[in-house]
Design a protein around this ligand. Structure first.
Ligand SMILES: NC(=O)c1ccc[n+]([C@@H]2O[C@H](COP(=O)([O-])OP(=O)(O)OC[C@H]3O[C@@H](n4cnc5c(N)ncnc54)[C@H](OP(=O)(O)O)[C@@H]3O)[C@@H](O)[C@H]2O)c1
Length: 285
């Protein structure tokens, strides 16, 4: 039995949908914070269980009988993320899980990105647990940039502080496909995958692609990190989120999200989806 946590999230849903093509539904458990949000998955024959990282007792029942668990990292970015992940690791150990697969971040062990710290701490905890594991060190989601193109089209500009740093982004569905491979193919199990897209791009490249496809002029306006952070706050983002996003852009400028290893496409046995596809799908709505 394969348990997928965060299964009502965007990545988790894609994993469950793709798993359904690889294994019978009765072998899949969707562990979710709010079971009522997973009625569509239940309708497909997937077992839905409550699995709330903040309620460790639910994780124990969610993981009961599981051979493999995909732990999708929590989107609780500013408080108890590592505490939540540790609770899930403890529950996986108590349930006697044979493989724990964790969605981490590109080069989590050395990354200078602020958001990598929680992934690094989680990876270390998993290693110390003695559980057999796979770290799926996912790079940037292309959708981080493409799913909110409204303001860019309206104002003709994308703001940022990533300079001409390259991002080896990939679409969520490619990262989901990688997770499905690892969960269903014994030959794909190895401790660490550095997963990223085949064709790195800059944010200026994103602006150019949006212009090309939409027919509207869109440019990339690069600004100093502190100014970008201030601008994000002025747009109404909470201070910690503005800081995190500005820090991530500074990381892109340093090359933290660039990659040329092609490990994702090798695992999938096909090229990763292109930026043009992500922009096209985003513009279609
Ligand atoms: N690589 C990247 O570029 C990138 C970008 C953004 C995020 N991430 C990371 O990748 C993860 C998956 O991405 P995503 O796009 O699928 O994010 P998402 O759509 O925000 O999904 C996050 C999932 O985590 C679940 N969750 C949050 N708190 C929980 C709790 N206490 N107990 C159980 N589940 C909980 C959410 O449950 P609900 O459905 O109930 O809300 C949701 O299903 C994120 O959580 C984040 O750690 C990576």
């Amino acid at each position: 039995m394969i348990v997928v946590t965060g299964a009502t999230g965007q990545l988790g849903r894609l994993v469950v949908e793709q798993l359904l093509k690889a294994v019978p539904a009765k072998e899949i458990v969707a562990a979710v914070r709010t079971p009522s949000k997973a009625a569509d998955l239940a309708a497909k024959g997937v077992t839905v269980r409550e699995g709330d990282y903040a309620k460790p007792e639910t994780l124990l029942t969610a993981f009961a009988g599981a051979e493999k668990v995909l732990l999708v990292s929590s989107n609780e970015l500013f408080s108890d993320r590592v505490v939540q992940h540790k609770a899930a690791v403890d529950a996986a150990k108590a349930a006697g899980v044979k493989l724990l697969v964790y969605t981490s971040v590109l080069r989590a062990d050395t990354s200078g990105l602020g958001l990598a710290a929680a992934h690094r701490a989680t990876e270390e905890y998993i290693k110390a647990s003695g559980l057999p594991y796979v770290f799926l060190r996912n790079g940037w989601y292309m959708e981080n940039h493409t799913e909110a193109l409204g303001p860019a089209l309206e104002h003709g500009a994308i703001l940022g502080a990533s300079k001409d740093g390259r991002i080896a982004g990939a679409m969520r569905r490619d990262y989901a496909a990688a997770a499905v491979k690892v969960l269903t193919e014994a030959s794909a199990v190895k401790p660490v995958y550095e997963l990223a897209g085949d064709a790195p791009y800059t944010v200026a490249d994103i602006a150019a692609e949006v212009s090309r496809q939409s027919g509207k002029p869109v440019v990339y306006n690069d600004m100093p990190v502190a100014e970008y952070e201030k601008a994000l706050q002025q747009f109404g983002l909470p201070v910690p989120l503005a800081k995190l996003l500005a820090d991530s852009d500074a990381g892109v400028a340093r090359g933290e999200l660039d990659d040329s290893g092609h490990e994702l496409s090798r695992l999938l046995g096909r090229p990763t989806e292109s930026l043009a596809t992500a922009v096209q799908e985003a513009l279609k709505g």
